[in-house]
Design a protein around this ligand. Structure first.
Ligand code: DOR
Ligand code: ZN
Length: 330
């Protein structure tokens, strides 16, 4: 069996810099037509000059694959001129609360103080992408942030607000309520619960932010993805860390899914008789939310077993060493 996807899109991706970028960029560039590239580098991407240089580095690392990096600026209270100048080169601005996740130092401390900048984004038509977690108890961080989304959605009705990597049934309910809210969901949050991370022996390669939640949350996310619910987009949050930052005391947050995304999604959608919805989930929904036309790229998935490598460079991938039923025709 074979399926073809038109311009699959990864609407939330970490590519890093340097040697790590060289290792991981070709993997996403082979399978996806475009990806939203996160700005949480060290230091973060806060100037147009740095953003353009980073974009070029991504393109160089992704060659010869046809791949469009959709760039993001790290949220700061930018003046309007800076945002106007950046607008042709970015798909959105990514807001991190200070310190909530990997490389988010320098993020936002005072949520009320961001509103003048949100008003500018709304006026210019630039989407706001948000890592929506509070600094509260780890399992409650997403739900504690939901009132912030609701407030912004009402206060800035023309601003497109993307709730990144949602992990709870509650977030899906909020998504229904405001038409200017959209959301991404990762592959790993469709498959994992907290039990997979910490219920038995601790699995550092499954540790990420937001942490995987309860079985009922996973079930709700999976149902919404399989239905390709409007405004719910695929965004992997594939986040590579070298093995010595994962298999250590003080494990870094991030699951590296890039090389296995489409095969696992195909298997998952096929198992639930939903293969006809995969195109909408991995591409069409995102086109509608962002109102953009991705490059023409046809990706073929074939039902044929392959074994996931134990490592890609220094990084351990999701499902390392396991045999998957589908593969991307490369
Ligand atoms: O687990 C995560 N890793 N969550 C994030 O929000 C950031 C990411 C990273 O950059 O490693
Ligand atoms: Zn992320």
């Amino acid at each position: 069996m074979e399926i073809k996807l038109h311009a699959p899109l990864d609407m939330h991706l970490h590519l890093r810099e340097g040697a790590m970028l060289q290792t991981v960029a070709p993997l996403s560039a082979r399978d996806f037509a475009a990806a939203v590239v996160m700005p949480n580098l060290v230091p973060p991407v806060t100037s147009l000059e740095r953003l353009l240089a980073y974009r070029q580095a991504v393109l160089d690392a992704a060659a010869p694959h046809q791949f469009a990096p959709l760039m993001t600026l790290f949220f700061q209270p930018y003046p309007e001129e800076i945002l106007r100048a950046a607008q042709p080169h970015i798909i959105g601005v990514k807001l991190y609360p200070d310190g909530v996740t990997t490389n988010s130092a320098g993020g936002v401390n005072d949520l009320a103080a961001v509103e003048p900048t949100l008003a500018i984004l709304e006026r210019l038509g630039i989407p706001l992408l948000v890592h929506g977690e509070s600094h509260g108890f780890v399992l409650d961080r997403e739900s504690e942030f939901l009132p912030v989304y609701a407030h912004w959605a009402q206060r800035f009705p023309k601003l497109t607000i993307v709730m990144e990597h949602i992990t709870t049934a509650e977030a899906l309910t909020l998504l229904e309520r405001y038409s200017n809210l959209a959301a991404t969901v990762t592959l790993h949050h469709l498959l994992l619960t907290l039990d997979d991370v910490a219920g038995g022996l601790l699995c550092p390669h499954l540790f990420c932010k937001p942490i995987a939640k309860r079985p009922e949350d996973r079930a709700a996310l999976l149902e919404a993805a399989l239905a390709a619910r409007p405004r719910l987009m695929f965004g992997s949050d594939s986040a590579p860390h070298p093995i010595d930052r994962k298999e250590t005391a003080g494990c870094a947050a991030g699951v590296f899914t890039a090389p296995v995304i489409l095969p696992i999604l195909a298997e998952l959608f096929a198992r639930h008789n939903a293969l006809d919805r995969l195109q909408a989930f991995v591409s069409d929904n995102a086109r509608a939310v962002y109102g953009f036309t991705p490059p023409n790229k046809l990706v073929t998935l074939r039902q044929a077993p392959w074994q996931v490598p134990a490592r890609y460079g220094e990084v351990v991938p999701f499902y390392a060493g396991e045999t998957l039923a589908w593969q991307v025709d490369g």
